[in-house]
Design a binder for this molecule. Structure first.
Ligand SMILES: NC(=O)c1ccc[n+]([C@@H]2O[C@H](COP(=O)([O-])OP(=O)(O)OC[C@H]3O[C@@H](n4cnc5c(N)ncnc54)[C@H](OP(=O)(O)O)[C@@H]3O)[C@@H](O)[C@H]2O)c1
Length: 268
């Protein structure tokens, strides 16, 4: 009994000494700073791509904030299942509001897009001005990664869509350039024509270089696209890269993660 007591006492003593030694051997100031908890801002969350993005983020149990200009309209559009999506209201043209909304955000996925060819909510003020506001707010907040959705063909003013929209693609390209020059870690995805097909029906083709002519009639499921945009936050190959993306029945569904991993970072 006495032997057992001595063994226990020695054991406790050595544990206590070990704890002291490990505290003392830690150099002053080396206590690891806690990482801020992930918080993803989805700009354009109420749109046809955005609703898939926030749907998948919710399924994945990730922490997100959904930006719309009008929460009630968004819920009316997508139904009560979208009532509990951490909505915040704001207009990307309002720089001060974007700074408020960015508080605590660690990553941004922007699927914002103007539908108007002219006027105050056209591409110049949304796809360019609004993106500048989001990027500047993200920089001020120290956001870790900014994923931006634009479109195939943005680098070519001769693209038929650019002509049809009086230069909307050129404004989108300027928004891209602002992000590339910002110093933020980023990914820019340029989709083919968007359609509402379920994800996973076809494989995905991912290319770089904006060779849009062969892709002019290609389409892309918004649901597939949403999953790719989220993956861009986690896949190191997508860091500081720009790519085009379309559905392609010759590609195996699921191979797109490997294609993302092999992307080349943009040369600046
Ligand atoms: N359609 C295509 O075939 C195609 C092809 C290639 C690329 N794209 C790109 O993909 C984007 C997303 O496509 P989509 O189908 O999801 O478009 P969408 O349904 O029209 O969604 C656009 C989103 O942008 C938001 N928005 C517009 N102006 C805003 C502003 N001033 N402030 C804040 N939010 C604003 C809208 O929010 P509210 O709810 O507040 O209005 C909506 O959530 C397009 O805009 C385009 O850039 C589209």
């Amino acid at each position: 009994m006495q032997r057992l007591f001595i063994t226990l006492a020695l054991g406790l003593l050595s544990l206590a000494l070990g704890a002291c030694a490990s505290q003392e051997s830690r150099p002053a100031g080396s206590v690891a700073e806690a990482e801020p908890p992930e918080l993803i801002l989805v700009a354009g969350a109420s749109g046809r791509v955005g609703r898939y993005v926030i749907g998948h983020l919710k399924e994945q149990g990730r922490s997100f904030r959904s930006l719309t200009r009008n929460r009630d309209t968004a819920i009316e559009r997508w139904g009560q299942a979208y009532a509990d999506m951490n909505w915040v209201e704001g207009d990307v043209r309002d720089a001060a509001r974007m700074q408020e909304i960015m508080a605590g955000v660690t990553a941004v996925i922007s699927v914002v897009g103007s539908r108007e060819i002219s006027g105050p909510n056209s591409a110049e003020f949304v796809d360019y001005g609004g993106i500048v506001n989001l990027v500047e707010a993200a920089k001020a907040e120290g956001v870790e990664h900014f994923v931006l959705l634009t479109a195939i063909g943005v680098t070519d003013p001769a693209h038929p869509f650019n002509k049809a929209t009086k230069g909307a693609l050129e404004w989108r390209f300027k928004g891209e350039e602002h992000l590339r020059d910002s110093g933020l870690a980023y990914t820019i995805a340029r989709p083919a024509g968007l359609v509402n097909r379920p994800a996973g029906e076809q494989g995905l083709l991912i290319e770089q270089g904006d060779n849009w002519r062969p892709l002019l009639r290609s389409t892309l499921s918004r649901d597939d696209l949403a999953q790719v945009l989220i993956e861009c936050l986690d896949n190191p190959g997508a860091r500081n890269a720009t790519f085009e993306i379309a559905n392609d029945p010759t590609q195996a569904p699921g191979d797109w993660r490997a294609q993302l991993a092999e992307l080349e970072a943009d040369q600046r």
